[in-house]
Design a protein around this ligand. Structure first.
Ligand SMILES: Nc1nc2c(ncn2[C@@H]2O[C@H](COP(=O)(O)OP(=O)(O)OP(=O)(O)O)[C@@H](O)[C@H]2O)c(=O)[nH]1
Ligand SMILES: [Zn+2]
Length: 217
């Protein structure tokens, strides 16, 4: 399957472009097809008609454009450079970014889910620019998602690109499809986790990871 070909679930893997001939700086771009704004705008206009509204009224005239752009923004992660540094000091404890904001779209209802991610890793030969932990979350969150897949994609991606000794990812989110409608359970937060390597297999590392996230294992 080519990097840009959509997977059966509608998402596709991000690609990287080597920008300085080494593994040290990679430009990460997402492989998803861009949003067709004119088509999305027309579809929103049709939806307003289906809702019994007049899209030509002064109040709604700009709404199709606004909605199309809003969804395009939510479905388009920003490109970034994956910057790593040699782990010269042999740092061998967990590195954890706690409370990274998560904004994503539920693939079932196209409603947002939002919350935080805690992303940690146990370094191997290289350490990662800290901001990149939050950028990787955005890379996968700006998609039509389920929380389980988002959580695992972040962990798998870090494992593949950083080759650390271990990875841990926890996502805690509120799904508007569960709080505003349907079951109407506002405040219910779903917690998912994905662990790899030492963080999964070694009880002390796993316990330390969950202790640092504030999530009880
Ligand atoms: N596993 C998982 N389920 C999700 C996620 N986001 C939404 N869902 C659920 O997807 C399910 C879709 O179920 P359906 O029964 O087809 O849809 P529905 O009739 O709108 O369901 P209700 O929300 O219960 O009214 C619901 O239970 C949602 O809560 C997610 O990230 N992960
Ligand atoms: Zn939903």
């Amino acid at each position: 399957m080519s990097p840009t070909e959509p997977e059966p679930d509608g998402s596709s893997e991000p690609r990287h472009v080597v920008i300085d001939g080494s593994h040290r700086r990679l430009r990460i771009v997402h492989g998803r097809e861009g949003v067709d704004l004119p088509a999305a705008q027309q579809a929103v206009s049709d939806l307003l008609v289906a809702f019994g509204r007049d899209p030509s009224s002064e109040h709604l005239a700009e709404t199709p454009r606004r909605v199309a752009h809003a969804y395009a923004e939510l479905l388009s992660p920003r490109e970034f450079d994956l910057t790593t540094f040699p782990n010269d000091e042999g740092y061998d404890e967990l590195v954890l970014a706690r409370g990274i904001p998560v904004r994503s779209l539920c693939q079932h209802h196209l409603l947002p889910f939002h919350g935080v991610a805690h992303v940690g890793y146990l370094p191997g030969d290289r350490i990662l620019g800290l901001s990149k932990l939050a950028r990787v979350v955005e890379l996968f969150a700006h998609d039509l998602q389920v929380q389980e897949r988002l959580t695992k994609q972040v962990a798998d991606w870090l494992g593949e690109h950083l080759e650390p000794k271990g990875v841990g990812v926890v996502v805690e989110a509120e799904h508007l499809c569960m709080s505003l409608r349907g079951v109407r359970a506002p405040g219910a937060r779903t917690v998912t986790s994905a662990l790899q390597g030492v963080v999964r297999d070694d009880a002390r590392s796993r316990h330390e990871f969950f202790a640092l996230t504030g999530v009880h294992s």
